[in-house]
Design a protein. Structure first.
Length: 106
């Protein structure tokens, strides 16, 4: 965020339906530690990157794909994005814990 100090969070609202393809997700930024007043004319600029992906435990070949991507045996761009479980722009060892948590959840 430029133009002002602070932290940005994200909030969202899911309008779920009985048909998941008809669901609607709205997401907006939130200035977490905004001052009590913002001077007239203040300009704040921010850039965001959001990645949405399904539950990795729902993918039948999840473990095989994750291992292949991490070992460099799978260069598929889609699989690489999917394997980036922590959404930091890289599929690497830092994604393993989040993947295992999702894969093994009850």
């Amino acid at each position: 965020m430029s133009g002002a100090g602070g932290r940005i969070g994200l909030q969202g609202w899911l309008a779920a339906t009985s048909q998941p393809s008809d669901d609607s997700l709205t997401v907006w930024p939130e200035w977490l530690d905004a001052p009590a007043t913002v001077p007239d004319g203040t300009v704040i600029e921010a850039a965001f990157r959001a990645t949405a992906f399904g539950d990795p435990s729902l993918r039948p070949d999840a473990a095989e794909v994750m291992v292949a991507v991490l070992l460099g045996l799978d260069a598929s761009e889609a699989d690489g994005r999917w394997a980036d479980q922590n959404c930091d722009g890289r599929a690497d060892g830092r994604d393993v814990q989040q993947f295992l948590n999702a894969l093994l959840k009850p």
